[in-house]
Design a protein around this ligand. Sequence first.
Ligand code: ATP
Length: 263
Amino acid sequence: MIQKETPLEGTNIKKIIAVMSGKGGVGKSSVTSLMAVSLRNKGYKVGIMDADITGPSIPKIFGINGIRAFSSDGKVIQPVDTVTGIKVMSLNLLIDKEDDPVVWRGPLIGATVKQFYTDVAWGDLDVLLIDMPPGTGDVPLTIMQSLPVDGIVVVSSPQDLVKLIVKKSVNMAKMMAIPIYGIVENMSYFECPDCNKKHYLFGESKVEEAAKEMDIEILERLPIDPEFVELCDEGRVEVFGKIRFGFCENFANKLEDKIGGIE
Ligand SMILES: Nc1ncnc2c1ncn2[C@@H]1O[C@H](COP(=O)(O)OP(=O)(O)OP(=O)(O)O)[C@@H](O)[C@H]1O
C-alpha cells in the first residue's frame, strides 16, 4: 500500500474531488471551473489544483494567467487567488512563458503534482478540485494512489459514452476503490435561444443507458453554451456564476449531496 502524502502544516482540506475524462477536449477543465464557481457561490472555500501539467488551462479560464505564484522561502508555494477568492495552483503560474511547452518525463510530472499538494499553502479549504490530465495514465494513477482523494467526477461528451474510454476512467476509479460521485455529460445538447428546443447535435444521448450499465449517477448534463465558452475564453468564468446563479446553485447542491456534506 502506497503511503498517502500529507499537506503542509496548517493546511486543512476537507474534501478532495478529482475530475477525470477519458480523452482530451471534452471540457474537463471547463467543468472543473464551473464546479469551483458553483461551490464558491454557495460560500465554500474552494481550491483548484491544475494537474494537467502539459496542458494547463485553469489560469486562463480565471484570467489569472498573467500572475505568478511565488514562494518567499523557496519551499512553500503560495497559490494565486481568483477574483472571487478561489485558490489556484498550476504550472502555468510558475513558468516564465506560458506558451513554452513542458517537455518533461513522467516521473518529474508525477513529482510536481505531488508537490502541488505537499508544498502549496492551501490554508483552509472546504473542497480542493483536481483537474486531472485526460485519460488513465501515469499522473491520474499517481494522484489516486498518493493523494487522499474522496471522490471522482467523470466528464464526458455524448460520443464517448458509448465507447470504451469512459468505462476505462470509471474502472480505474473502481480499481483504486475511490467513490465515483457521478458523470457530467458536457456539450450534451444545444438549446435554441429562439424556440428553447433542445437539439441533440451528436445524436440522442446514451448517457442514461451508459450510466446504468456502469452503475454510476448522472450528476449534470451541460449544453453547448457559447456564452460559457466566451466567458472562459475571456478569463471571466466567475461572471457565469452571477448571470446563471440558479443553474450554478443547483449544480452545487447536487455536488454537495454527493460529497455527503462538507463539515
Ligand atoms: N459546454 C460547452 N459548450 C461549448 N464549448 C465548450 C463547453 N465546454 C467546453 N467547451 C470548449 O471545449 C474546448 C475544450 O474544453 P476544455 O479545455 O475544458 O477541455 P479539456 O477536456 O479540459 O481539454 P484537455 O484536458 O484536453 O486540455 C474549449 O475550447 C472549451 O471552451
